[in-house]
Design a protein around this ligand. Structure first.
Ligand code: 5AD
Ligand code: SF4
Length: 435
């Protein structure tokens, strides 16, 4: 009889894909089946995030709840970035945890489940050519990791300490994975990496010279691939070749994530981002020029140590000039092992909250204007998700979430929709095509 696996995934899309790899390994090699019911699981996994302090706290409250409610004899494993960072300290705080498996040790999951108190947190373990089994949470889009780790070492960021140095996954593995995905019917590829547009910088063994633009072109030639998305690119590596391939290749979805972090050049230098305010603006505005329909999203950290009021105004200025379609904004959170956590001039919590509120309020005003302009527009929507009250939702080519009334027949199809009721989170509309 098969055993039951319950898995909770926190954090980013990279973690979502790592969880799919874990599930595939446990299904293929250990006869596990997924369950959504934690109480009946034989194995409970939590795939953790450590990028800010909040998700780390969440880990301990969640595993505590698992321990109370789990079936007798069920095992608990902690995976992901907090596993990498805390290692066997997790046992001290939560002695009932059975194993700890770091974010870059996913391929050892079968050993972990069979070894009492197993800990593996090697951040430079090379899994770049490991052939994971196939498991996909979505039938319509396929996540593909194209690189692991990050070489950037931004001074606020814990990720280089949880996912190690950057290493690209060989091109032939990626092409094969994409072909497999399309043969299962997925029309969209979603490429993942900490720094995707640095693809090809380092492989674990000799490899033909290839960069991210080449990879995009090669993937788009595969039959059945209709849409390609990716996250996250780094603004520093947005050279002209990349922006032109992005704008001109008709299979690349016209939404770009451009993590700004700060709009002030001095703060950017202290963050070690490698670009200036002017470079960022130049790239974002060039992108809007090459690709008028593009939607641009960003990540912003307010109150980085030493950020003055006038330096924060530069971030507000970039917000005005770029008019991002989506902003993920955070108060700076000091993280262990990072240089910025040691900086002396940490910003007062009240000032940080005020800046975050101001940024978010202004972004919402801009967003309301952007959203209102979508009324009456016609989008090609790739339907992926059933929602409450007979709604079916999908993404436009430029990444707006669009919803119509309909049924599951729409899923997996790309259809024309006219927007007639645009809201901040969802553009509601009517289907213009019969299926
Ligand atoms: N504090 C606040 N936000 C952070 N991020 C990364 N590290 C920190 C930190 N120490 C944000 C960045 C990154 C996103 C994934 O999380 O904006 O792009
Ligand atoms: Fe993803 Fe970064 Fe969180 Fe790790 S720390 S799960 S890489 S967001």
């Amino acid at each position: 009889m098969s055993k039951k696996l319950f898995i909770q995934t926190l954090g980013c899309a990279m973690n979502v894909r790592d969880s799919e790899h874990i599930i595939a390994e446990l299904k293929d090699k250990e006869n596990y089946e997924l369950t959504q019911n934690m109480g009946e699981a034989d194995l409970i996994l939590i795939n953790t995030c450590s990028v800010r302090e909040k998700p780390v706290h969440k880990l301990f409250s969640e595993v505590g709840a698992f321990e109370k409610a789990k079936k007798k004899g069920a095992k608990i494993g902690v995976c992901g970035c907090t596993a990498s960072h805390l290692g066997d300290e997790i046992f001290k705080k939560a002695p009932y945890v059975d194993f700890v498996l770091g974010a870059r040790n996913v391929s050892k999951i079968t050993t972990a489940v069979n070894t009492p108190k197993f800990v593996s947190t090697d951040i430079n373990y090379d899994e770049s050519d490991y052939a994971f089994g196939e498991f996909r949470g979505s039938a319509f889009k396929s996540y593909i990791n194209i690189s692991i780790g990050c070489d950037k070492k931004c001074t606020y960021c814990i990720v280089p300490h949880t996912r190690g140095d950057e290493i690209s996954i060989p091109l032939n593995l990626l092409l094969n994975e994409a072909k497999k995905a399309t043969s299962r019917g997925a029309k969209e590829l979603f490429l993942l990496g900490q720094n995707v547009n640095n693809y090809g910088k380092r492989f674990s063994s000799s490899h033909e010279k290839v960069d991210f633009s080449d990879l995009l072109n090669r993937l788009s030639e595969i039959e059945g691939v209709e849409r390609i998305r990716f996250t996250s690119p780094h603004p520093l590596h947005m050279d002209d070749k990349f922006l032109e391939v992005f704008a001109n290749n008709p299979k690349i979805c016209k939404s770009m994530h451009m993590p700004l972090q700060s709009g002030n050049t001095k703060v950017l230098r202290e963050m070690k981002r490698g670009y200036t305010k002017e470079w960022f603006l130049n790239r974002a505005l060039k992108l809007r020029e090459l690709c008028p329909d593009v939607s641009i999203s960003t990540d912003i950290i307010v109150a980085f140590p030493g950020e003055s009021d006038s330096e924060f105004e530069d971030t507000m200025d970039v917000l005005e000039k770029v008019r991002f379609e989506q902003v993920f904004s955070f108060k700076y959170s000091p993280r262990p092992l990072t240089p910025a956590a040691e900086f002396k001039n940490q910003v007062d919590e009240k000032v940080a909250s005020e800046r975050l509120t101001r940024l978010q309020s202004r972004h919402n005003e801009i967003l309301d204007e952007i959203v209102a302009k979508q009324n009456g527009k016609i989008f090609d929507v790739y339907f992926e998700e059933l929602r409450a009250n007979g709604g079916v939702a999908g993404r436009s080519f430029n990444n707006f979430l669009v919803q119509v009334q309909g049924s599951e027949e729409l899923l997996g199809k790309t259809l024309k929709v006219r927007v007639n009721n645009p809201k901040r989170m969802v553009l509601y509309g009517e289907l213009l095509e019969k299926i």
